[in-house]
Design a protein around this ligand. Structure first.
Ligand code: HEC
Ligand code: HEC
Length: 272
């Protein structure tokens, strides 16, 4: 696989994602955050880089295949599980109480003194508060739950904390983002910063934003989590990826999320 020797190609326009005939409008661009000045002026949703058919699937909740998984997550929300005889709903009430959660993740958990992704928070509730088994990072029930939780924040701008106690994680994530991995010696930035808008093999390269995650993929993969996507990209450079859920991928998640600050959470996005 060769990376094209071109500069970036800016999208010609950035129309909003108009969902359910205008009920919801999600902007697909935003001014780049301050720390990216000199790198990007504008940040773009990955939706803009997909073909018209894939884009259309995200504009109607009835034809959006990701919504089946949202429904599974919502069902799970009120299911009793574990030795304490509790469901998520027993403590958190309606799942709409999760509004805003996706937009602020990952964030430092002051008790654990660690950067936690939404998956860590969910598993802590399961193991410590419900007496239930933890879910594997990218397992079907975990992805359905994270997708259902994300949908509650649809339209809310990504707003992760990167200063104070989050700063060392952000720095670690930034370092990973610019490190060249694998036989191909490519960093995230080599593709998603230097070449977005270009074609790589048959794929239209985006800025690699995560405001749409988790996403539904038409290629048969079903729901794909953030760490699963990172893993796939690193594997494409022929390197051994970090473990999903590892401190390295959580730090990278914070840094990548911050590059998309101001773009809206898209809830159930669709990719090819
Ligand atoms: C016994 C009560 C209880 C149950 C059951 C429970 N939680 Fe929690 N959960 C809490 C408490 C308490 C917190 C920490 C305070 C807060 O943020 O509400 C929390 C925090 C969270 C957070 C982080 C929210 C944030 O803003 O930081 C998420 C996400 C979450 N829970 C998801 C779930 C899910 C999903 C389930 C079911 C699988 C569940 N919880 C079951 C009590 C519970
Ligand atoms: C060899 C080039 C290449 C490298 C290196 C690479 N990616 Fe990707 N990435 C792709 C391609 C191709 C896609 C699919 C098209 C797209 O959305 O850009 C993709 C997709 C993504 C997406 C999904 C975007 C969306 O909206 O669906 C994310 C997030 C992402 N990459 C993050 C990363 C991160 C983080 C790194 C570094 C660990 C990385 N990528 C390294 C090529 C690369």
């Amino acid at each position: 696989m060769a990376v094209p020797a071109l500069a970036v190609t800016e999208p010609e326009s950035a129309p909003p994602i108009v969902i359910n005939g205008g009920e919801i409008e999600l902007p697909t661009s935003a001014p780049a955050p301050e720390f990216l000045k000199g790198v990007f002026d504008t940040i773009y949703s990955g939706w803009l880089f997909r073909d018209a058919d894939t884009q259309a699937m995200q504009t109607d909740d009835f034809s959006n295949p990701g919504m089946i998984f949202v429904d599974q997550g919502v069902d799970q929300w009120s299911k009793v599980d574990g030795t304490e005889g509790k469901s998520c709903a027993d403590c958190h009430k309606d799942i709409s109480s999760m509004k805003g959660v996706r937009a602020s993740m990952p964030k430092v958990n002051p008790d654990a003194k660690e950067l936690w992704s939404v998956e860590n928070y969910i598993n802590a509730c399961r193991t410590e508060r419900m007496g239930a088994e933890p879910w594997e990072w990218s397992s079907a029930p975990m992805e359905a739950m994270t997708l259902a939780i994300s949908l509650q924040s649809r339209g809310e701008p990504v707003n992760v904390k990167i200063d104070g106690d989050a700063a060392p994680y952000w720095e670690q994530g930034k370092e990973i983002y610019y490190t060249r991995y694998g036989q191909l010696q490519l960093s995230c930035a080599n593709c998603h910063e230097d070449h977005y808008g270009d074609m790589i093999r048959a794929d239209h390269l985006s800025q690699g934003q995560i405001n749409g995650f988790p996403v539904y993929r038409n290629n048969g993969a079903g729901v794909v989590s953030i760490h699963e996507r990172f893993s796939g990209c690193i594997r494409d450079t022929r390197a051994e990826p970090f473990k999903q859920g590892s401190p390295e991928f959580r730090a990278l998640e914070l840094y990548v999320a911050s590059r998309g600050a101001g773009l809206p959470v898209e809830g159930a996005s669709v990719r090819h």
